[in-house]
Structure formats: structure tokens, C-alpha cells
Design a protein around this ligand. Structure first.
Ligand SMILES: [Zn+2]
Length: 270
């Protein structure tokens, strides 16, 4: 069967990376059933021939108007689709959509009329925010990392930057590779406008990875592999913290002086 990815190496590379990340999410136990979502802004990989492609779906309303998304294209995981299936068949378990000129609706253009994730409005709102502030970030990831979610079941870790400082202090690479830390959003109904708004506010507060209390993370970065890496690094730090606690002691963590040294040597944001 013909695919939009045929003879489009750059676009295929983006989608292949989504499939690779989807396989990691499943292997890590972060993507039970249809859990998690991925959307990637692929507008820069789109050529004139794709712009001419007809819609293969009816017109769907986003439910809000997102002015920075006019004429943008996204690869989106399909609603009710499983990450473990997307890993093997990305164009059967996700699709490419075109945002229409009203910035409030979209059509599916390839490969199959797979309806995007029910979280699409919140993902698109984040992409609209990122484009609006001139960010080079193009990928957003929502997943359920076990140990990070477990942390949020204790109110102490929900306080601003408490978890960030514990996780950064577990192993030097955490701050180097997740320099903005972990933003916290208190529990809100999944898929709600309130949760999407709170997520954007927390990203705007200068976090790349946002924790949804008792639910999961929402991460943004330049590409999907980088977004995944940030979550992976943070969850690794959580595993080290838990391993130390399981050995019966409170881990010391790196000292403040050691953390400052990391920031200075690596030129990390304050
Ligand atoms: Zn979720």
C-alpha cells in the first residue's frame, strides 16, 4: 500500500522515531492498554505534493481556535490505539492531520482515517503556545512513568521543586539532561480544558516536563526522542531514590555545592 512516508526520508525519520519511542514506552511499562499520547509538528517535513493531498476524513472541530497552527501538519497517535501496536505499525495506529485555515478544525490526510487521540485539543493547544513564543520544540509526549507517578501520591513531592531537587541530586546527569526540572500540576480531570491550561502555564513557568498528580507526565522538546529522554532521565533518578529507600536509608543526594558546580560547568539555566 502507498504511504505518505514513501520517498520522504525526513518525514519517515520523524515517524520512525515516534514508533521507536512508542516501543520504549511499552517496554518500560509506561503505556498500559491505550495509555499515553504523542503528537509531533511535522510541518517542516511537508512538501508541496503533501499540501495538495485531499482530505480522507470529514472536517473535525478542535473545540478551540489556535491561531498559530494555520496550515500546520501533525503526526498524531490514534484514539484508543496502543503504543505497542504503534511501535510496529505507526501509520495504522496514527495519522497525519492538516489544520485548516480557520485554525479551529482539521482533516486527516494520510495514510488511513485514524481519528487522533482524544487528548488532541490539549496537545494542539501546547503546540500553539510553543509556536506562539517562537520555540523550536516540535514534539509532545504524554505517558505514565511508574515511579514518577508514585511520587505524586505524597503531597510533599507536589510542592514546587521539591521532587526536582531530590531527583537532580540522585545522579549528576539528571540536572544536565533535564535542566528545567519537573513542574507539578495538581490532580485535574484527564482531557479537561483546565488540565490543558494548567499544563501550558507550567511549561510557561519554564519546565519541559510537567507532572500530572496521580496520572502521568507531559513532556515537550525539539523532537520525540528528546522528550522521551527527559522523562527517562527523571524516572531513572526516581528509581535510584526508591532503591536507596528500599535499602532502608534516606539517600544523601549530591550537595548543593556539587549541584552548583554541575550548573556552572554545563552552563545550565538557573
Ligand atoms: Zn494518561
Amino acid at each position: 500500500m502507498k504511504s505518505i512516508l514513501d520517498n520522504r526520508n525526513e518525514l519517515k525519520h520523524v515517524v520512525d522515531n515516534v514508533a521507536e519511542v512508542a516501543s520504549y514506552l511499552w517496554q518500560k511499562g509506561w503505556a498500559e492498554r491505550n495509555g499515553g499520547n504523542i503528537t509531533v509538528n511535522i510541518t517542516e517535513q511537508i512538501d508541496d505534493a503533501v499540501r495538495q493531498l485531499p482530505a480522507i476524513s470529514s472536517i473535525y472541530q478542535i473545540g478551540t481556535t489556535l491561531p498559530h497552527l494555520r496550515g500546520c501538519y501533525f503526526y498524531c497517535k490514534g484514539t484508543n490505539m496502543r503504543m505497542r501496536d504503534l511501535a510496529r505499525w505507526p501509520m495504522d495506529n496514527g495519522s497525519v492531520i492538516r489544520i485548516l485555515d480557520d485554525c479551529a478544525s482539521y482533516v486527516i490526510i494520510a495514510d488511513k482515517p485514524v481519528k487522533p487521540t482524544s487528548e488532541l485539543p490539549s496537545h494542539l493547544a501546547v503546540h500553539n503556545y510553543l509556536l506562539g513564543k517562537g520555540s523550536h520544540y516540535r514534539a509532545s509526549l504524554h505517558t505514565h512513568p511508574i515511579e514518577l507517578v508514585a511520587l505524586t501520591h505524597n503531597k510533599l513531592f507536589m510542592e514546587k521543586d521539591v521532587a526536582t531537587h531530590i531527583l537532580w541530586s540522585m545522579i549528576p546527569e539528571t540536572k544536565a539532561f533535564c535542566p528545567r526540572g519537573l513542574g507539578m500540576v495538581p490532580y485535574m480531570l484527564p482531557s479537561s480544558v483546565e488540565l490543558a491550561d494548567a499544563t501550558i502555564r507550567t511549561i510557561d513557568d519554564d519546565y519541559d516536563v510537567v507532572m500530572w498528580e496521580k496520572h502521568g507526565v507531559f513532556a515537550v522538546d525539539s523532537d520525540i526522542m528528546s522528550a522521551f529522554d527527559q522523562v527517562d532521565v527523571l524516572n531513572k533518578a526516581a528509581l535510584i531514590y526508591i532503591a536507596a529507600k528500599n535499602m532502608g536509608f534516606e539517600p544523601d543526594g549530591m550537595t548543593d555545592a556539587q549541584m552548583r558546580e554541575i550548573s556552572e560547568v554545563f552552563g545550565l539555566p538557573k
